[in-house]
Design a protein around this ligand. Structure first.
Ligand SMILES: NC(=O)C1=CN([C@@H]2O[C@H](COP(=O)(O)OP(=O)(O)OC[C@H]3O[C@@H](n4cnc5c(N)ncnc54)[C@H](OP(=O)(O)O)[C@@H]3O)[C@@H](O)[C@H]2O)C=CC1
Ligand SMILES: O=C(O)[C@H](O)CS(=O)(=O)O
Length: 492
């Protein structure tokens, strides 16, 4: 455990994995703007002072990525695959240390953090294999003397901005397809969680990824990085994961250069339990879906709709299991729910609870009050009698609050579930096959979980519709966003 006498390096098998310098063009550099603090959300202690790069230094990383990308693209897919496989192997060999670093800066329980490392590594493994399968095509000519060929080529320098909630996997879900395609990559991690990104630089170096192909530019001023990424003509791809609000800002900024953008934005996931559901499975699924990363994921159940006939029993069984969940330091044995990332996150959950109670909702578990002492600990809350007019029906809570809505009719619940600007993940539990097909087709979301609350995998296309984003990450589709298609027409 971290405390005033134990620092993070002392918890690591390989302390050299913990770095505070930025990884710029294959060199470890200090920030021209000094350093910024990284704090442990479980205790509030400063655990690192990380290089704070200037916008000029970020531009330098882009310059180096631009030069390095030419040679990297000339490697065969098989050669790139070998280096990516080594990167994957190094992640898994150091999974314990990477998990400890991740929990220290983000807060999630160590088992979840190690799970994220394996999840993050799976993208590198998967796209390393895809590097060998970037196929073009020939098309029968439109005239007797014409031959048509289509080739796929890397788009160039890819710039990445990622959030604090999955500080490893959100980077690898972008860097893996980018490097597999022959692009170079400049990543700017959230200021709250830069250490997990920097350790990927250490492992990239050890894996033999050429200097400049992969850079991590740490900075405390996110808008500076965003503007440099959007305005620098050497950047041809912007990939972002975060809130819809920031996604809009970046899309507007990127429009001036007509830049290719991938956007993984906010969610407002409905979780629907029909009266023919396996109720115990639905309760377990709701817990995993709602409380993964303490509710701080864009695909967490944000609204739980339960059909009237099973509403009371579902609420009773949900409460009985949630009240046994242990809230505590993510590095402590047996912790189920770690701290939230910061005080603002607690404020947002409390705001949703207060608004719902003011409009008639009832609290059946928790009181929305943070635990005493240091760290951002908020015990889980369950509300019943929640209705569509409440804030939680419109906005993402992003924390440990489960709002239960009651419904009667399938058409009503589909209308309520779809009544949002978001369209990322959705879930429902039912057994009737006809109902399963109809509901899966009717939900306006990029992802539908049927009788499961966990849908995250590298082999499937992850992404949203409406204002939850643009593009897909993961699956064989995921590499397309880092490729340009060239049509060659030959007169013979
Ligand atoms: N669809 C998805 O896969 C995901 C969506 N999200 C959504 O993001 C929100 C929570 O994550 P959170 O990190 O707070 O989201 P934010 O959108 O606030 O931040 C995401 C990243 O963008 C950076 N950023 C913030 N403002 C700007 C700007 N003007 N220009 C460039 N970069 C900027 C942040 O930097 P810094 O933190 O240093 O300020 C951070 O690195 C929720 O709405 C959640 O649903 C989160 C994760 C995944
Ligand atoms: O940032 C997130 O919330 C992730 O996209 C969710 S997942 O891919 O890890 O499920």
């Amino acid at each position: 455990m971290l405390d005033q006498h134990t620092d993070l390096k002392s918890l690591l098998k390989d302390p050299s994995l913990l770095v505070e310098a930025a990884y710029l063009g294959g060199e470890w550099v200090q920030g021209d703007e000094g350093t910024f603090d990284v704090t442990n959300p479980a205790r509030g202690d400063v655990i690192a002072k990380v290089a704070d790069l200037s916008r000029e230094q970020i531009a330098e990383a882009i310059d180096k990525a631009y030069v390095a990308q030419k040679d990297w693209a000339s490697w065969t897919g098989k050669e790139r695959a070998a280096v990516l496989r080594k990167w994957f192997d190094l992640m898994m060999e150091n999974q314990d240390d990477l998990g400890t670093i991740l929990t220290a800066e983000q807060g999630k329980p160590l088992a979840e953090a190690k799970g994220e490392i394996a999840y993050g590594a799976s993208f590198i493994e998967f796209f390393g294999e895809e590097a060998k399968r970037i196929y073009g095509e020939t098309i029968p000519g439109h005239q007797r003397d014409k031959r048509i060929m289509v080739m796929k080529q890397p788009i160039g320098v890819a710039a990445s901005i990622t959030p604090w909630n999955f500080p490893n996997a959100m980077i690898t879900r972008k860097a893996a397809p980018a490097l597999a395609a022959g692009c170079s990559f400049v990543g700017r991690p959230a200021k709250e969680t830069p250490l997990s990104a920097l350790v990927m630089g250490v492992l990239a170096e050890r894996a033999g990824i050429p200097k400049g192909v992969f850079s991590i530019v740490t900075s405390s001023r996110s808008s500076d990085a965003g503007k440099e990424f959007c305005e620098n003509p050497k950047v041809r791809k912007l990939t972002f994961t975060g809130s819809t609000e920031v996604g809009r800002i970046l899309l507007k900024q990127a429009a001036d250069q007509v830049m290719k953008c991938s956007m993984e934005l906010g969610g407002n996931a409905p979780f629907i339990v029909f009266d023919d559901a396996d109720l115990d499975a639905a309760v377990d699924g709701a817990i995993m879906c709602k409380f993964r990363n303490n509710g701080q994921t864009c695909v967490c159940a944000n609204r739980i709709y339960v059909q009237a006939g099973v509403y009371d029993e579902f609420a009773k069984r949900l409460k009985a299991k949630v009240e046994k969940m242990k809230v505590g330091d993510g590095l402590a044995e047996g912790t189920d729910l770690g701290p939230l990332i910061n005080a603002d996150a607690i404020d947002k959950v409390q705001e949703h609870i207060a608004d719902a109670k003011a409009k008639g909702a009832k609290v059946i578990l928790g009181d929305g009050q943070p635990m005493e002492g240091a760290g951002h600990y908020l015990p889980p809350t369950i509300l019943t009698g929640v209705t569509q007019d409440m804030q939680v029906a419109r906005d993402e809570t992003f924390g440990p609050m489960a709002p239960l809505f009651k419904f009667d009719d399938v058409d009503d619940v589909i209308a309520m579930a779809n009544d949002t600007i978001f369209g990322l993940a959705s879930y429902f539990y039912a057994k009737d096959l006809s109902r399963v097909y109809k509901v899966a087709e009717a939900l306006e979301y990029g992802i539908v979980g049927v009788n499961t609350g966990i849908i995250s995998t590298e082999v499937a296309p992850f992404g949203g519709v409406k204002q939850s984003g643009l593009g897909r990450e993961g699956s064989h589709h995921g590499i397309e966003d880092y490729l340009e298609m060239k049509y060659v027409c030959m007169s013979v």
